[in-house]
Design a protein around this ligand. Structure first.
Ligand code: UD1
Ligand code: UDP
Length: 383
């Protein structure tokens, strides 16, 4: 029997971190030809991940332009995907999450009548404009997909509520598979500055911020809150690898640069970032991925957003929403900096997002769905 041709499509940093382990798992299966097409919606930040995970794409659409719009990303991806699908002739296309690459990848697969598997399916806030455009991207992909790899039971239930009842698997999130390959107790940072941070003596706060719905006033509030936290707490070092988006960089330069003990650095390679997270005191972020990784490493997270599509870690007590109002962010962060009991209540390792075997389950589910494996893989039960 011919090998099943499975083409993974991704383009941004978080998709790459979560898909590279899967590309490798699929390649380890004798029944599968694992193909990889990158849109390069992110150029430098994607290449950094490909290097860490030693992944060489079979096709590269190289679409990124500075200050790209949602329409340019989507249209360039669609045109490029026509060529990639014609060249690689996949039997199944895998897309991940909720970016413009994800949406365009799924739509293009549909135009070519190629089956679609959605990795990290079923996340919802039920608010069309938040996160923007991600909530709509993932809903549109749900309408197109054939196979749904849901990280958690809750994600599966979200899809059931929308009347999607076929092709659902609960697998855990592949980000936990990635973390298991990157985090090490004896890790030595290539970014030397990170080897010399006073981890024991001071509280290292790890910060990221990039969401489109936070552009403008919310991002200004976030930057001013970070400045205030640094100014008011001499025992704090704030480490912020700044996203390459010019909009984010402008806000950082205008409102945060120059504050005391604030380290504004370039985006970190994924292995550096994961090991920094494992050593930090607290995470402040609007990122999706960090809300999944930090709890697994026992680090409290304050989410600088008004909502989250990841309620599992909130329920487990390791993640809290602090909103996008300056005073609220400062109050909640300072409580965790100053009140040991409040900190201890949040700083425990939980793994609602996986056990490190999500890629294995997804590969098994694909083989079963295409009649190449007798048994359906057991769903991830969570903890
Ligand atoms: C995108 C995703 C978002 C995801 C985020 C992860 C969409 C609409 N948004 O948002 O869901 O959470 O990635 O980080 O798909 N840039 C570079 N080099 C890079 C990457 C970005 O210069 O390696 C700059 C470019 O000027 C680019 C801009 O950042 O135009 C914005 O990138 P874009 O992918 O459009 O949006 P993100 O905010 O990164
Ligand atoms: N990350 C990284 N380097 C950085 C910042 C983040 O490798 O400088 C990783 C982070 O650990 C997580 C992922 O990138 O795995 C999250 O990506 P991002 O915040 O860009 O997007 P989101 O998850 O919000 O879609």
């Amino acid at each position: 029997m011919d090998k099943l041709r499975v083409m993974s499509v991704f383009g941004t940093r978080p998709e790459a971190i979560k898909m590279c382990p899967l590309v490798r798992e699929l390649a380890s299966r004798p029944e599968i030809e694992s193909l990889c097409c990158v849109t390069a919606q992110h150029r430098q930040m994607l290449d950094s991940v490909l290097e860490v995970f030693r992944c060489t794409p079979d096709y590269d659409l190289n679409i990124m332009t500075p200050r790209q719009t949602l329409s340019t990303i989507t249209s360039k991806c669609l045109l490029g995907m026509d060529e990639a699908i014609d060249a690689l002739k996949p039997d199944l296309i895998l897309v991940h999450g909720d970016t413009s690459t994800t949406f365009a990848g799924a739509l293009s697969a549909f135009y070519h009548q190629v089956k679609v598997g959605h990795v990290e399916a079923g996340l919802r806030t039920w608010d069309k404009y938040s996160p923007f455009p991600e909530e709509m991207n993932r809903k549109l992909v749900s309408a197109i997909a054939d196979l749904y790899f849901c990280p958690t039971e809750n994600n599966r239930n979200n899809l059931l509520k929308e009347g999607i009842t076929e092709g659902l698997f609960v697998t855990g999130n592949t980000v936990i598979d990635a973390l298991k390959t990157t985090v090490r107790d004896d890790y030595h940072f290539a970014t030397d500055e990170l080897n010399h941070l006073p981890y024991g003596e001071r509280k290292v706060l790890l910060v990221t911020c990039h969401r489109r719905e936070n552009y403008g006033e919310p991002m200004k509030n976030i930057m001013l809150a970070l400045r205030q936290i640094a100014e008011e707490n001499p025992d704090v070092e704030l480490v912020y690898p700044v996203h390459l988006s010019p909009v984010v960089r402008e806000a950082v330069d205008k409102y945060l640069r120059g504050a005391p003990r604030v380290h504004l650095i370039d985006p970190l390679p994924a292995d550096e970032m994961h090991n920094l997270m494992a050593r930090c005191y607290l995470v402040l972020t609007d990122s999706g991925g960090l809300q999944e990784e930090a709890p697994a490493l026992g680090k409290p997270v304050l989410v600088m957003r008004r909502e989250t599509e990841r309620p599992e870690a909130v329920a487990a007590g390791t993640v809290k929403l602090c909103g996008v109002v300056q005073d609220d962010i400062v109050t909640m962060a300072e409580r965790l900096i100053r009140d040991k009991d409040a900190y201890r209540a949040m700083a425990h390792a939980v793994n609602p997002y996986g056990d490190g075997r999500a890629c294995q389950r997804i590969a098994d589910a694909i083989l079963w769905s295409f009649g190449r494996r007798a048994e359906r893989p057991a769903d991830y039960q969570g903890k």
